[in-house]
Design a protein around this ligand. Structure first.
Ligand SMILES: Cc1cc2nc3c(=O)[nH]c(=O)nc-3n(C[C@H](O)[C@H](O)[C@H](O)COP(=O)(O)OP(=O)(O)OC[C@H]3O[C@@H](n4cnc5c(N)ncnc54)[C@H](O)[C@@H]3O)c2cc1C
Ligand code: FES
Ligand code: FES
Length: 468
């Protein structure tokens, strides 16, 4: 079977190409479109930004993504736009290109194609963006020489133009693509996924590839069998009831964000600090959990929120509290051939407060040193229940039972918050690494209780780092 996608409007059928070739290599070496640049090859600099488009509910939906982390087989069924595809002639630039010229938004030009593609996707939303949205859009595009003022000005100008808006053709995607010893399997139903995973339990499960893609782009590994979850309808569902919300494991951060913003605003703030727009457009919550990193941002939040994982395999479905999922460093309770189907999160009731804090060296595009997540139940002045979890403090994300015990039944005041800080060392013996020392981790994790107290008590509005 061949892969098919359009590249700058032209239909391409691809065969005899390794399915794990990065899209960046494919564009530069096979398609000879060298406008898309390679900077870091690990999703950090944005020089390789391209746009993927598809119809969502009959409307074209444009998403900026990093070509360096995507595998070419992930393009199957999609419309791909690169910087070469925007201008119809030298005299007829896209409004983004035109604005970048007029505002002097480029100097050496290395970052410029990526910035243009990020702003092109922003322009397609058809709204005048707030400064915060422009900041978010550009957080994954590093420019070392121009400075962002003229680029931000170009963003404002370009978004005054109408979006393109034409509906896109629906392209079929294949469920199996092979090249030599490599297979890329893209089942479309959950039972087909369970079937192929049972046949290939050693395969690499691929969500968005923002973790797995590094093996290909940096380590240059030729993964033998990859099973992609991105076409499995059941894994893309979002289901909301009165009591909880359930996200399919392949739902991307960008798709989940509007729901999380409404239900758990503090969790949403943390998610907008995961990577960049390009990462969040493909990265999935299921991938963050499946990756089982001790410094993944969502697991501590999901543990504090008492979320349940719905796991699936050929043997059927089972449910597991997320706090029981992480067994040891990068070791999970998943059995051979089993995968995460969905994550169910109970909504907060009127007496519950939830907060999550990410501590990292930079505001944007940085991996956490510590993540603290807190769900407190307050009856008038008394803490009646508490679920507290930290990431970055142990081999797995885990609850702080000592801190919870220090709070439950106590009056909610600064002394109580400080007493919880004082017992944090009972639950965690963090390690020192290049992100933070063990002592720093313990200190900051404890100090977060004071922030939590001020935050919940509405004593200080200036606790969040504000985008500039
Ligand atoms: C530049 C950059 C910045 C990043 N910043 C952050 C950050 O700030 N915070 C953070 O937490 N992470 C960050 N990440 C890591 C990554 O983006 C997240 O972990 C993301 O959620 C992974 O999702 P994915 O769909 O891309 O996973 P993939 O790479 O597709 O998969 C990750 C792992 O999960 C497994 N997996 C995928 N789906 C399932 C499933 N349904 N069931 C079981 N296992 C599954 C895969 O087999 C693989 O082992 C960053 C990555 C990059 C490249
Ligand atoms: S090359 Fe840096 S993000 Fe892709
Ligand atoms: S113009 Fe040189 S890096 Fe941006």
């Amino acid at each position: 079977m061949t892969l098919q996608f359009t590249l700058n409007g032209e239909l391409r059928h691809v065969e005899a190409v390794s399915p794990t070739t990065t899209v960046l290599d494919y564009l530069r070496e096979t398609a000879e479109l060298t406008g898309t640049k390679e900077g870091c090859a690990e999703g950090d600099c944005g020089a390789c930004t391209i746009v993927l488009a598809e119809n969502v509910e009959g409307q074209p939906d444009y998403k900026a993504v990093n070509a360096c982390l995507l595998m070419v087989a992930q393009l199957d069924g999609k419309h791909v736009l690169t910087v070469e595809g925007l201008a119809t002639s030298d005299a007829l630039l896209d409004p983004v290109q035109d604005a970048m010229v007029k505002t002097d938004g480029t100097q050496c030009g290395f970052c410029t194609p990526g910035i243009i593609m990020s702003l092109f996707a922003l322009r397609q939303a058809g709204e005048q963006p707030s400064d915060g949205l422009i900041h978010d859009t550009l957080a994954g595009n590093l420019c070392r020489c121009t400075g962002y003022r003229p680029i931000v000005e170009a963003a404002r100008e370009a978004c005054a133009a109408k979006p393109d808006g034409a509906a896109l053709d629906i392209l079929e995607a294949t469920s199996e693509y092979t090249d030599g010893a490599q297979s890329f399997l893209a089942p479309q139903t959950i039972d087909a996924l369970a079937e192929v995973f049972a046949d290939h339990p050693e395969a690499n499960l691929l969500g968005g590839g923002t973790d797995l893609g590094i093996l290909v782009s940096k380590e240059r590994e030729a993964l033998e069998t990859v099973i992609h979850t991105g076409h499995v309808a059941e894994l893309l569902e979002i289901d909301e009831t009165e009591t909880d919300i359930t996200f399919g494991a392949a739902v991307t951060y960008s798709s989940a964000l509007p729901f999380i913003e409404r239900l758990f605003p503090s969790f949403a703030t943390l998610i907008t600090r995961i990577g960049s727009v390009q990462i969040r457009n493909v990265g999935t919550i299921g991938g963050n959990i499946g990756n089982a990193s001790p410094i993944g941002d969502t697991p501590p939040c999901l543990i504090a929120l008492d979320a349940t994982l719905i796991l699936y395999s050929k043997a059927g479905e089972r449910e597991l509290l997320i706090e029981e999922f992480f067994l040891d460093y990068r070791k999970t309770d998943l059995k051979a051939g089993e995968f995460i189907k969905a994550i169910r999160i109970p909504k907060l009731n009127a007496t519950q407060e939830f907060r999550a804090y990410k501590i990292s060296k930079r505001y944007d595009q940085d991996i956490s040193a510590v993540i603290g997540a807190y769900r407190l139940e307050l009856d008038s002045e008394t803490v009646t229940a508490a679920r507290i979890a930290y990431g970055g403090m142990a081999a797995t994300p885990k609850r702080s039972l000592a801190c919870e015990a220090a709070l439950i039944g106590k009056t909610w005041n600064i002394e109580t918050a400080r007493s919880a800080s004082g017992v944090i060392g009972k639950d965690y013996q963090p390690i020192s690494d290049h992100r933070a020392s063990a002592q720093y981790r313990l200190q900051v994790a404890g100090n977060l209780f004071q922030r939590l107290y001020q935050d919940i008590s509405g004593l200080d509005q200036a606790l969040e780092v504000v985008a500039v």
